[in-house]
Write a protein that binds this ligand. Structure first.
Ligand SMILES: Nc1ncnc2c1ncn2[C@@H]1O[C@H](COP(=O)(O)OP(=O)(O)O)[C@@H](O)[C@H]1O
Ligand SMILES: [Mg+2]
Length: 226
């Protein structure tokens, strides 16, 4: 379960404060495909960042799979991020000068896993995502859809329980976007949780188990129970 309790989050506290969440309470089931929709600036990315512990709430508690992440110190937080969270972004954030396989195996390199071992794991995932033949290409040579597959592989390599996907199809054409959404759907069917931020209501309807709409810092469910 992902539980947010009495979350307050305000940006620009000194001048022109922007109150994004005022005593937000939200519970999100795991092992589901959750779509989060809402207008630009409504706080969708901030929600993912709070769950991914990239942002901290001003007050309140965030409990992820029984871990109260608001009580963790920085070292424990990076362990939490490393073990539980995989992130996928619209603009990829790949290292363009490195090959696909080096990008994918980077999280394991940081963990100190030996080269041979991490390359074998990376190859297995690249194969599963249908881009093994691109393993030794530099990522700036890849198409948008291939880049996003590399990002998904990189997010999966540490076997996280939660994938946070912030508009991952935003830079892709329709067909390629659908392929990426199908991959995310498969990831959920294999037992993980995907939180997808999307502008596209139809994609949410077609792929998600649950759709949450955010408005004025509050969530309503437009598919499934809140
Ligand atoms: N680090 C930040 N500092 C100041 N304002 C921020 C920061 N992050 C987001 N915001 C503001 O908070 C609001 C919500 O942002 P965001 O969560 O990115 O919305 P969304 O993803 O729904 O478009 C926006 O008005 C944005 O400008
Ligand atoms: Mg956003």
């Amino acid at each position: 379960m992902i539980i947010l309790k009495n979350i307050n989050k305000t940006f620009n506290k000194d001048k022109n404060p922007l109150v994004l969440f005022n005593n937000l309470n939200l519970t999100i089931d795991t092992n589901k495909f959750i779509a989060i929709v809402g207008r630009s600036g409504s706080g969708k990315s901030t929600l993912l960042n709070l769950i991914g512990s990239i942002e901290k709430p001003d007050s309140g508690e965030i409990i992820i799979n029984d871990i109260n992440i608001t009580k963790l110190n920085d070292k424990e937080l990076s362990k939490y991020r490393n073990e539980q969270i995989g992130y996928i972004f619209q603009s990829f954030f790949l290292e363009p000068s490195l090959s696909a396989i080096d990008n994918v195996s980077m999280p394991l390199a940081i963990r100190g896993i030996p080269l041979n071992e991490r390359e074998n794991i990376a190859k297995e995932i690249l194969n599963k995502l249908g881009i093994l033949e691109k393993a030794y290409e530099k990522t700036d040579k890849l198409s948008g859809g291939e880049k996003q597959r590399v990002c998904i592989a990189r997010a999966l390599i540490t076997n996280p329980s939660i994938i946070l996907a912030d508009e991952p199809t935003g830079q892709l054409d329709y067909e390629t976007g659908q392929e990426i959404l199908k991959i995310l759907r498969n990831i959920v069917d294999e037992g993980k949780t995907v939180l997808l931020v999307t502008h596209n209501q139809e994609d949410a309807n077609n792929y998600a188990d649950k759709i949450l709409r955010i408005k004025d810092g509050k969530f309503i469910s437009i598919l499934g129970e809140l």
